[in-house]
Design a protein around this ligand. Structure first.
Ligand code: ATP
Ligand code: MG
Length: 490
């Protein structure tokens, strides 16, 4: 593998410094001039060979973005962003024969994907006006990496590592911020957010993914400009929200979304929960939802369901005859509200359906008196694929309320596992007969009566799974016919 990590040599005061991975303690920047080490930070063979091809053809190449950060921190990178002096057509011809992805070519980006490694080459560029606040109207190709770095969002994203010596180009002291975990806009924060309001969501998403802290002025600029998020396409916002919510620091990032005014633009419905008293150890409903979110595993539909599971509570509040506050129907109303939120954010139907089911059913009854038939019906309503997520949501919900749900819920989980392992019937598709059998046995054609009979059979086998055998069910259909004709005769 061609991998040369520079030997600590200093270049003239151009802001380019050589970074070495031998010795030292952290990252280096033009300011602190230290060398740094890293346990990982290796460049995969494919990436190195592509970079060598480009550099061999006389073009400058710099590793930028997440890969540059990862290398400086000695971590593994997944995706490789490369900034290059080569024009898009040059990139295409130097890398011809590779499996090139050209969908970003107009903006100067050509990708290569092989064996799960993604490399994106982008010609040095600056961005033109953002007249719609969404995408630059134009991009201008430039010849200098520094000009390219100056259009980037945060200082720690505006670091470039020159190939092949890995000299660090860091005009905005991003390495220092990276080492301290500080997200700071390049230049004037408000201007950066006016150019592209999505950067505000990127800030909270990076906060969640990496545990970084948003610096004071950048925070202030988000708070002032949060309303500009309305001009951003919902798909772009959704992608950032999804990464944020499954990140390890989701709770802190969600709290920042609320306090900086982003939540009010992305999920305004959630704002009724903010500061809403619950009487639980969590204090307020927003805090309860956030704690539930961080305690379920990072699976997108489950985390979305945890965040939104009580979203309808404030609107469902009533005081019952005993003077007690109740939230009747908040589960089904919440499922509907979540559906509206997720549709607006253009989530795929399959994700929205899962979230709705989890919210609709999150109040399921689970004390030891629940019958097996009740559990089979629950599995049928929720779907096998969601039932363990529902238990996880319920456990998180109960924990956030300080309720020890543990033993009962564990028993229910074991019983559900048993039902599924025993392949007991839980929905219509597990019936040992189908509509054709019903039509043949009753001598009728397709129509509502077939569905009605199947529902009755399902009801019977849910209560007694031993009935779910073809012969027994055919006998049941027969007896239904007899009963039906008797009741018609009389
Ligand atoms: P990750 O890949 O982990 O999300 P990343 O920093 O590589 O992190 P990308 O979205 O891949 O993020 O973008 C690569 C680089 O492009 C960023 O580091 C940043 O320099 C720049 N960039 C991306 N999106 C924007 C934006 N909206 N505004 C300014 N710069 C951006
Ligand atoms: Mg990247």
């Amino acid at each position: 593998m061609v991998e040369r990590i520079g030997g600590g040599k200093r270049l003239p005061p151009t802001g380019i410094e050589t970074w070495s991975n031998s010795g030292g303690t952290g990252v280096c920047s033009v300011v602190d001039m230290c060398c740094c080490s890293g346990a990982g930070g290796r460049v995969p063979g494919l990436v190195a060979s592509l970079l060598n091809l480009m550099v061999g053809a006389g073009r400058e190449c710099y590793i930028v973005g997440g890969a540059a950060r990862a290398m400086l921190l000695g971590q593994r990178a997944n995706d490789w962003d490369v900034a290059t002096s080569a024009s898009p057509s040059d990139i295409g011809s130097i890398l011809r024969g590779m499996n090139l992805i050209r969908k970003g070519e107009r903006h100067g980006t050509i990708g290569v994907e092989r064996d799960g490694v993604n490399v994106e080459f982008t010609t040095f560029r600056t961005e033109g006006e953002y007249s719609d606040g969404r995408r630059p109207d134009s991009v201008r190709f430039v010849s200098d990496i520094r000009e390219d770095l100056s259009r980037r969002d945060f200082t720690l994203n505006a670091i470039a590592l020159r190939w092949p010596d890995l000299a660090v180009v860091d005009p905005f002291h991003g390495a220092r911020d990276l080492r301290r975990g500080i997200l700071r806009c390049v230049g004037d924060a408000a201007e950066r957010f006016r150019e592209d309001a999505l950067r505000m969501m990127r800030a909270v998403r990076f906060e969640s993914e990496h545990g970084w802290t948003i610096e004071r002025r950048t925070r202030a600029a988000i708070a002032t400009n949060a309303g500009r998020l309305d001009g951003i396409s919902r798909e772009r916002v959704r992608d950032e929200l999804s990464r944020l919510i499954v990140g390890p620091g989701a709770a802190a990032a969600l709290r920042d979304m609320i306090s900086l005014g982003l939540m009010a633009r992305v999920i305004p419905e959630f704002m009724d929960s903010v500061g809403y008293p619950t009487g639980s150890p969590d204090g307020t409903l927003d805090e309860h939802a956030i704690r539930a979110t961080e305690s379920v595993r990072p699976f997108l539909p489950l985390r979305l369901a945890a965040l939104l599971h009580d979203i309808a509570k404030p609107g469902c509040f009533i005081v019952d005859g005993d003077g007690r506050g109740r939230f009747f129907g908040h589960d089904s109303a919440g499922a509907e509200m979540a559906g509206v939120v997720l549709r607006r954010l253009k989530y795929p139907g399959a994700i929205a359906r899962r979230v709705r089911v989890l919210i609709r059913e999150h109040m399921f009854f689970y004390d030891p008196s629940v019958t097996d038939a009740g559990l089979r019906r629950l599995i049928g309503r929720v779907g096998e694929e969601n039932v363990f997520d529902l238990l996880e949501l319920r456990r998180a919900d109960a924990a956030a309320w300080g309720v020890a749900a543990g033993p009962f819920l564990k028993q229910v989980e074991n019983r559900i596992r048993f039902i599924l392992d025993a392949e007991q019937p839980v929905n219509g598709s597990s019936l040992a007969v189908d509509g054709r059998d019903v039509m043949a046995a009753l001598g009728i054609g397709p129509g509502p009566r077939v569905g009605k009979v199947l529902r009755r059979l399902l009801e019977a086998v849910m209560n007694d799974p031993a009935l779910n055998e073809r012969g027994k069910l055919m006998a049941l259909i027969e007896s239904m016919r007899a009963c039906d004709s008797q009741s018609t005769d009389s």
